[in-house]
Each structure stands twice: as C-alpha cells, then as structure tokens.
Design a protein around this ligand. Structure first.
Ligand code: SF4
Length: 288
C-alpha cells in the first residue's frame, strides 16, 4: 500500500503563502495514497508557470518541460509505456495560451491522460499579465485599460474537441477537488480538470472569498454529465451570468476509443519492452 511517506519529498514548495497550488498539491497526494498509485508507475509532467513546479514536490517520476508543451510530453510518455499513470500539469497561460494548439489535438485523440490545469486567471510567474481566462474588462499589468478579448472557455473547448471527462473544481474545497481528481485518474480517456486556483499575490480580483460566494456544485443540482449539448451550455454559465454563478463538478463524461490503444505499433507490447535498441542508422537511411 502506498503511504504518504512514500510520496513526500524533502523539497519546500516555492509558492507564495496562501497560494491555491498548495491545496492542489495536497489533494493530488491524498488521491495518490487513496488510489494506491505507486510512485514508480506514476509520471507528472508540466510546462512553465508557478503550477509547473509541482513535479518537484512529489516523489514520482517528473519532467518540467518547455512553455506550453506539457501535453506533447505527456502523450510521448504514454505512447512509450501505457502502463504508467500519466498526470499533466499546466496553468491557464501555459495550457490555454502557449499550449492551446496541443490542447485541441490531444482532446481529439483522447489519450488516457489526466490533465490538471491550475486556472488562476493571470500569469502569476511573470508577475500579473492577463491570461486567456482573465475576465473581459479586468485591469492587469498588460491590460491597464482592461482586457478587450472574450474569455477562453476551456470546458466548452475540451468537450467540442473530444475530451471524455471534463470537470471543474475549486482549490478552496479539498473534498470536492479530491473527488474530481480521483474520477479523472480512474477515467479511461483524456480528462481535463480545470481548477479554480486563487493567485493571492497577482490576482486581487478572483480571491478565495470571491469564489466562495459564487461557486455551486452541479452534483447538488441533479445535473447528469451525459448530455453533450447540455454540458457545453452549462460551461458558459459563469460567463453568461457575469460571474454571479460558477458551477463546479463533472460537466461531461463519455466512452470513446483511446488513441494509443489503436496504434498498430503497440499491438504486441509497450515500446519500452522492446529489448533491441532502435537501429538509428537504418532509420536515418530510410528517410534519406
Ligand atoms: Fe501562487 Fe500567484 Fe504566488 Fe504564483 S504568484 S506562487 S500563482 S500566489
């Protein structure tokens, strides 16, 4: 059985006191213990941002990649060895800004990957510029007269492009976060968990209190996550209500073929199980 002591690591998180990332880290570690996810079979990959330091703080395999390239990394790990639990981390800037093209195509392919996006509606690491999910009109360092663009809707985009587990949770509700992350890891297919994560230093608008006054749980309102069009409609409720109501919970869930299981190259065994080294010279010759 996996114990908390197996996944704890002697590394102090470099986040600001009160940052929502602490709660997300704690939720993930608790889920790993509850689901008995062995560190040797788990890989956490990330891109660039405050969130992306998380792989340093859990005793699993980890890789902190380039800005916006979390999902290509995660899919490469999955193709190399489907037996691994692959958990990808991004922020709203890294994942929905620099990495949005990967996001769309990974959703289409439906890899069996869990994607946790720490959505604090700001670029925190670079000290407070507007991100794709910053509210229209909000003043930030990069938008002194207010954001002019409409907000990116990650949930609608994930559903439309083919993700099969699409959920939102809140870093201020540990129990809810754990349930949603657990469901995402259990799910067979690509899961997006958009986590509302207050950045206490650079986003003074979307605070813990601001969220607490607005979030409500879909599961308390008889909502069923099996209706594609209803899920898309629901994902717009926060924007349409001008942020008076923010639903959290599981918006959409479906079964669909998993990309890596359809690859003929993986029919017999995992790539890592081939003992013969790849003949690079022969391979290069083929392409010349
Ligand atoms: Fe967290 Fe914001 Fe500080 Fe980054 S800048 S560690 S997101 S509070």
């Amino acid at each position: 059985m996996v114990e908390m002591s197996d996944i704890n690591i002697n590394e102090k998180p470099q986040w600001c006191p009160g940052c929502g990332n602490f709660g997300i880290l704690m939720a993930l570690k608790n889920v790993m213990v509850e689901m008995n996810l062995e560190p040797k079979n788990t890989v956490i990959v990330s891109g660039i941002g405050c969130n992306s330091k998380l792989p340093h703080y859990v005793n699993t395999y980890g890789y902190e990649g380039l800005h916006g390239r979390t999902l290509p990394l995660a899919s490469a790990v999955k193709i190399a060895n489907r037996k691994l639990n692959v958990i990808a981390m991004s922020g709203d800037g890294d994942g929905y800004g620099e990495g949005v093209q990967h996001f769309v195509h990974i959703c289409r392919r439906n890899y069996n990957i869990t994607y946790l996006v720490h959505n604090n509606q700001i670029y925190g690491l670079t000290t407070g510029q507007a991100s794709p999910t910053t509210e229209r009109g909000q003043k930030t360092k990069s938008t002194p007269f207010g954001v002019l663009e409409s907000q990116f809707n990650p949930l609608a985009n994930a559903i439309i492009h083919g993700a099969t587990y699409v959920a939102r949770t809140f870093a201020g509700d540990m129990k809810h976060m754990k349930e949603i992350i657990k469901g995402a890891i259990e799910h067979k297919g690509f899961s997006l968990v958009d986590i509302l994560q207050p950045c206490v230093t650079f986003n003074k608008h979307n605070t813990y209190q601001w969220f607490q006054e607005r979030v409500y749980k879909l599961e308390d309102n008889d909502y069923k996550p099996d209706d594609y069009f209803k899920a898309i409609e629901k994902s717009y409720e926060d924007i349409i209500s001008d942020y008076k109501k923010i639903p959290i919970g599981l918006f959409y869930k479906a079964e669909k073929q998993i990309y890596e299981n359809e690859l003929p190259q993986l029919k017999e065994k995992e790539l890592v199980e081939y003992s013969e080294p790849v003949d690079i010279k022969g391979l290069i010759k083929e392409f010349l």
